[in-house]
Design a protein around this ligand. Structure first.
Ligand code: B12
Ligand code: SF4
Length: 443
């Protein structure tokens, strides 16, 4: 039997495909391949930069789907089904909107593959694929499953190994798909298995793709203790409340943490309350304490903002950039608040009849990336789109890069960190420009 795994691209500019210069290894496909019995031949095609050979013989096509890639995933599924090849779809978007996904595939997989993938393969061998499978969200790569990293070779991914320690998050931010998928639960992998995986691969720079690696602080402390002797460097995603635990911050630094993606989301306490961003709220004082702790531990923070909350205006968005520049965050993402299907935010905007693009921006042919998909409260959708674009342009200007580079305890901490700052700052600047006007799908 032969299995074809596919990571869809986001989209294109007319006939030109957008090739993501910052593409990373698709860990979910490596894990799916790792869960597949060894007698099954597995090939992986990454639509982000390589053509898909639709006419190559295969017995089953498995596509991973996020909301951003749904339109393209359905196009690819259509191509294979036209040729009589069975297609199964899985991933976050499928779990959030199974009814929609089912209309584009022979079978859908709702949830984590660990629990039910063996059954899919067994059924596919007998040509008896069921229309729907279910795998409860849980511990990643349970039973010591290792991702098939050999499938990534030669595909030009960034030189960082993706790895998972935990899945899920205990918080319930109203815009977050993860909180819905995991129902605020958190699942930890065994540390000895994580260590074995790190030792089984070559790289010493790791990205823990945990939704919130700090959601269970004692577990993270244990992980840090296990990482110290391995002499690796790592980045991850963590909620800001981690800065309230001095012991943990010290351990993260000692274990090689260079920094985390951290959801600051907003500089307005009212917006934080509206978004139920509870890790940021207690003792809010414009993040002075949190930023001081991050600086003290030399963290190259990637500050993530969501813009378009009901108290936001073009002026408050510009003030958000001032805040980020003043604090010299190494990197920052100015994300439009997006109504992801299945989230409380989506339901609220739907109730208030504020959704644009028929409420399905991810499929709508007129939707362009980084465009507001709802009517904001205090400005027009176009004003919100423009304000976010201006924020990205300003933060990625050469002047701003120089300003944020000069953090003595952070980007100049070592030659490697300085190189990393410039490498990724220039990469993000290029990608921001390339993504402008991008539409979903390739057709
Ligand atoms: C790492 C990561 C990234 C990395 C990308 C890594 C890469 N390889 O390219 C970076 C930082 C670049 C990134 C970017 C973005 N990301 Co991101 N990212 C993640 C994160 C944290 C982990 C994904 C991961 O690798 N997990 C490990 C693998 C093993 O787990 P998994 O993907 O969940 O897969 C399991 C199951 O879902 C299932 N499964 C998945 N696919 C399939 C397919 C089949 C056939 C089957 C059977 C099962 C199955 O089985 C797997 C094993 O259990 C997720 C959060 C999450 N929990 O998914 C967000 C997440 C996927 N990202 C998200 C978003 C919004 C983005 C951005 C759009 C952000 C932005 N505004 O720019 C961008 C662009 C995304 C894109 N498509 O290009 C959202 C997507 C929401 C949605 N509804 O789709 C998520 C869910 C985060 C969130 N808090 O909501 N991201
Ligand atoms: S802290 Fe992050 S991962 Fe957790 S619910 Fe909020 S946005 Fe989602």
């Amino acid at each position: 039997m032969k299995l074809t795994l596919i990571k869809p691209a986001i989209g294109s500019h007319g006939r030109n495909r957008y090739v993501d210069g910052g593409r990373m290894e698709p860990l979910m496909l490596g894990v799916l391949a790792g869960l597949t019995p060894p007698d099954v031949e597995v090939v992986l095609y990454d639509d982000r930069m390589e053509p898909i050979p639709y006419d190559e013989t295969t017995d089953l096509v498995a596509i991973t789907v996020e909301t951003y890639t749904a339109r393209r995933a359905y196009e690819i599924a259509g191509e294979y089904r036209m040729r009589g090849v069975p297609v199964i779809l899985g991933g976050m978007h499928v779990a959030l909107l199974p009814g929609e996904a089912a209309g584009h595939a022979d079978s859908i997989f709702v949830g984590d593959a660990e629990a039910g993938w063996a059954q899919v393969i067994a059924d596919a061998r007998r040509h008896r694929l069921q229309s729907r499978y279910h795998g409860a969200p849980g511990v990643a790569q349970s039973a010591g499953v290792q991702p098939r990293r050999d499938l990534y070779r030669g595909k030009g991914y960034l030189p960082v190994s993706l790895i998972q320690f935990s899945r899920g998050c205990r918080f319930a931010c109203n815009f977050c798909a993860v909180s819905q998928y995991f129902d605020k639960r958190h699942h930890l992998r065994r540390i000895d298995e994580v260590v074995a995986e790190i030792e089984s691969q070559q790289r010493s720079f790791l990205f823990f793709v945990d939704d919130n690696i700090a959601t269970n602080r004692s577990a993270l402390k244990e992980l840090c203790h296990a990482l110290i002797p391995l002499k690796v460097n790592w980045i991850s995603q963590a909620s800001l409340d981690v800065t309230r635990d001095g012991e943990l911050m010290g351990l993260m630094e000692r274990s090689g943490c260079w920094g985390n993606v951290m959801g600051f989301e907003s500089i307005s306490p009212q917006s934080l309350r509206d978004a139920k961003k509870s890790p940021n709220i207690p003792g809010f004082s414009n993040y002075q304490r949190e930023v001081a702790v991050l600086r003290e531990h030399g963290m190259q923070t990637w500050a993530a903002f969501t813009l378009g909350h009901d108290h936001d205006t073009a002026l408050s968005i510009a003030a958000t950039v001032d805040f980020a520049l003043r604090n010299k965050f190494s990197f920052a993402a100015y994300n439009l608040l997006m109504p992801y299907p299945g989230t409380p935010l989506y339901r609220k905007l739907e109730r208030e009849k504020r959704l644009l693009f028929d409420g399905k921006w991810w499929l709508h042919p007129d939707y362009r990336i980084n465009q507001a998909a709802f009517v904001p409260a205090l400005m027009s959708a176009a004003e919100l789109t423009d304000a976010c674009d201006a924020a990205r342009t300003r933060y990625n200007s050469v002047g701003a890069m120089l300003q944020r580079f000069t953090g003595l305890r952070i980007n100049l901490r070592s030659v490697a960190r300085a190189i990393s700052f410039w490498r990724y700052s220039l990469l993000f600047r290029r990608e921001v420009q390339k993504k402008r006007g991008l539409r979903f799908g390739l057709r």
